[in-house]
Design a protein around this ligand. Structure first.
Ligand code: 5GP
Length: 302
């Protein structure tokens, strides 16, 4: 008898564990929505395609509250307008409700279409610790036909970094001179600390020689390039999830606690800027992300 009773106990324990995992996954997805690692349209799309997915099991109220700048008042008005009961889950919405919610999302959170007529100047930007440097390094190794710009910086070299290969390491006076002589295509103070800039000469020469040029720079720099060269193609590198981004940031272990907090704050602000970009690439693994960036580069080169 005792043995028979233990079977449902085991089932219950497993079910409870699954429920906890599910809640965790939903909480993680909510963070992804809040930090814009995923678009709400993608989440709704997944929920509709697979009702029993994590997205499908999320309550519409929780979904709405996870959206940037949506409070309880706005949530209630939207639910009322779209005739959606607060207990509904995303995967359980009717066809009309999905259409209504989808139209409201497109209006409130427009997804920009890539612009046409792009040049061979490619900018790769994205939040801190998303792995831009690693993706760029992989492209440098495997695609010598793409010119990877070497930035000037006032920060000190890390172990293994070579002057002229990874960066041009310069002092403040030299950086000032580069600015004064108009030798930088863009420059910025990154993480409130050091200055980084793209030397204009090598970029111009490579473009003139018919090469595709890749700049791996921060968001402020990307905006300056867009202003200076409106035809540049802007690619935004996304982490697979917000939690993964936090993990990568802390896992790197090269910064102290204060610096980590500062970088996380910067990352949130940076993620919010992704709609200014022409393309979004998710850095799930480096090889795939690098291939996608190269394909975009080849696409605009045609
Ligand atoms: P790190 O010091 O870790 O090599 O780079 C810090 C940040 O500086 C990265 O986000 C990187 O993209 C950015 N960065 C590197 N070079 C440049 C540059 O030339 N211009 C700008 N605006 N940012 C850069």
């Amino acid at each position: 008898m005792g043995e028979r009773r233990s079977v449902p106990d085991v089932d219950r324990a497993a079910a409870a564990r699954r429920a906890v995992e599910r809640r965790r996954a939903r909480a993680s997805l909510k963070r992804d929505i809040a930090t814009r690692v995923v678009t709400p349209q993608d989440v709704l799309g997944t929920a509709v395609a697979e009702a029993d997915s994590v997205a499908g099991s999320m309550r519409v109220t929780d979904f709405l509250m996870a959206l940037p700048a949506i409070g309880a008042g706005k949530r209630d008005r939207v639910l009322q307008e779209l005739h959606i009961a607060p207990v509904k889950r995303l995967g359980g919405l009717g066809v009309r409700q999905v259409a209504g919610l989808s139209a409201w999302l497109d209006d409130r959170f427009p997804v920009t279409a890539p612009r046409s007529g792009r040049s061979r100047l490619l900018v790769l930007a994205g939040p801190t610790a998303v792995g831009k440097g690693t993706v760029a390094a992989r492209i440098r190794e495997q695609h010598p036909e793409i010119h990877l710009s070497v930035s000037a910086t006032t920060r000190a070299p890390r172990p293994g970094e070579i002057d002229g290969v990874h960066y041009f390491f310069v002092d403040d006076a030299e950086f000032d001179r580069l600015i004064a002589d108009g030798e930088l295509l863009e420059y910025a103070v990154v993480h409130n600390k050091h200055r980084y800039g793209t030397p204009r000469g090598p970029v111009d020469a490579a473009l003139a020689g018919g090469k595709t040029v890749l700049l791996e720079i921060d968001l402020q720099g990307a905006r300056q390039v867009r202003a200076a060269e409106p035809s540049a193609t802007l690619v935004f590198l996304l982490p697979p999830s917000w939690d993964e981004l936090v993990h990568r940031l802390i896992g790197r272990g090269t910064e102290d606690a204060e610096e980590r907090t500062r970088r996380l704050r910067t990352a949130k602000v940076e993620l919010a800027a992704q709609n200014e970009f022409d393309h979004r690439v998710v850095n799930e693994d480096v090889a795939t992300a690098a291939r996608e960036v190269v394909e975009l580069a080849q696409g605009v080169a045609r």
